[in-house]
Design a protein. Structure first.
Length: 300
C-alpha cells in the first residue's frame, strides 16, 4: 500500500492554545496520521503521512481550525516515513531569529512555470536558502550557497550581499516556508526586487518534467526517505541516525560508518558512552524487525 505524505505550512497570526494543539493531535491520531506539526502564534508548519483519506480528513480539520490558506504538497512513499505523531508548540514555525512578519511583507511569488526563465537572467542573484548539507545533495543550476549550518545564520550571509552587482534576488527552499521569511527579511532591509519560488522545490519537481527542469541532484526532506529525486521518488541517500546527516553510498563505505551508530561526520564528535547507546539502540531495532514489531528507529 502506498503511503501519502503531505508537506504543509501557513503563516497566520493566531493565538495558540493547548486545546487547539490537543484537538489537532487527536484528529491526526484518530485517522492514523503520523509525522510532526509545529504550531506557533505565527502559523503552522510540518509534514504528515498516512492514507490519502486520513490526510484529507486531517487537513480538512486544520482548515476548520483557522488554517484556511495552507500551502500544501502531496507526495508518496512505499513505507511510512514517520514512526510517530508529534504536535508541538514553538516560538517560531521556522527559526530565523529576526522580527519579520510574512503576513505583512513578503517577496513576489514566482510560479513554477516561470521559474526557469527568471533564474536564467544574468541580473538575478539566485540563492539557496537551505543549509549546507541540503545544498550538497542537490540545488538549482547557478544557485549560490550561503554556507549556513542553520537558518539563524542566514542574516549573516545577507549582510555580505553586493547590492550593486545584482538588480534582482531570487530565493528558493524545500517547500517555500523559509523563503517566506527570507524574502520578508530582505524587503525589510530595503531590497526592492525580491522573488521566491512559490511552493518551493517540491512543487517545482511536481509540476516541471525532469527533462525540462533546472534542478541538479536530489532534494533533502525531513523524514526517513531522506531525499527525493527528480520524480519525487525516494532518492539514493540514507541517514546517519546518530547525527542526522544524509549519507551517500560513498559515505557508507567510509571506515567510520556503522549503521545506526556513527559516520565520518560524527565519529570523532561522540563519546564512547554515546556510541554504546547507539549500538544498543541498533540492536533493539534489529530485534524488533525479527519479531515484526514497531520500534522508534530507522528502517532501511
Amino acid at each position: 500500500m502506498s503511503i501519502a505524505v503531505a508537506a504543509l505550512y501557513q503563516f497566520k497570526q493566531q493565538q495558540m492554545s493547548e486545546s487547539l494543539r490537543q484537538s489537532i493531535y487527536d484528529c491526526c491520531a484518530e485517522n492514523n496520521v503520523l509525522g510532526t506539526l509545529l504550531l506557533a502564534d505565527e502559523g503552522i508548519n510540518g509534514t504528515i503521512s498516512g492514507t490519502r483519506s486520513g490526510l484529507e480528513t486531517a487537513v480538512a480539520f486544520l482548515v476548520q481550525s483557522g488554517y484556511d490558506a495552507l500551502e500544501l504538497k502531496y507526495s508518496h512513499a512505499k513505507q511510512d516515513p514517520f514512526l510517530r505523531l508529534k504536535v508541538l508548540w514553538k516560538t517560531e514555525i521556522v527559526t530565523l531569529g529576526q522580527d519579520v512578519d510574512p503576513c505583512m511583507l513578503v517577496g513576489e511569488y514566482v510560479e513554477t512555470s516561470d521559474w526557469n526563465d527568471l533564474i536564467a537572467q544574468e541580473d538575478v542573484l539566485l540563492i539557496d536558502t537551505r543549509n549546507n548539507y541540503e545544498y550538497e545533495l542537490g540545488t538549482f543550476k547557478g544557485a549560490e550557497n550561503p554556507n549556513t549550518e542553520c537558518f539563524r545564520e542566514f542574516p549573516r550571509y545577507v549582510a555580505g550581499i553586493d547590492r550593486s552587482r545584482y538588480k534582482r534576488v531570487a530565493m528558493f527552499c524545500t517547500g517555500g516556508i523559509r523563503c517566506e521569511k527570507s524574502t520578508s527579511y530582505l524587503k525589510q532591509l530595503g531590497f526592492e526586487n525580491v522573488y521566491h519560488l512559490d511552493g518551493g522545490i517540491l512543487k517545482y519537481l511536481e509540476n516541471v518534467k525532469p527533462e525540462e527542469n533546472e534542478w541538479k541532484g536530489e532534494c533533502f526532506v525531513f523524514d526517513y526517505r531522506v531525499s527525493l529525486n527528480n520524480s519525487l521518488q525516494k532518492g539514493e541517500y540514507d541517514m546517519c541516525y546518530a547525527c542526522r546527516m544524509p549519507l551517500s553510498k560513498k559515505n557508507k563505505k567510509n571506515k567510520h560508518y556503522l549503521k545506526g551508530q556513527s559516520c565520518e561526520y560524527c565519529y570523532n564528535k561522540t563519546t564512547n558512552r554515546q556510541k554504546e547507546r547507539f549500538n544498543e539502540r541498533e540492536k533493539q531495532i534489529k530485534l524488533s524487525e525479527v519479531k515484526n514489531l514497531n520500534h522508534i528507529g530507522p528502517k532501511d
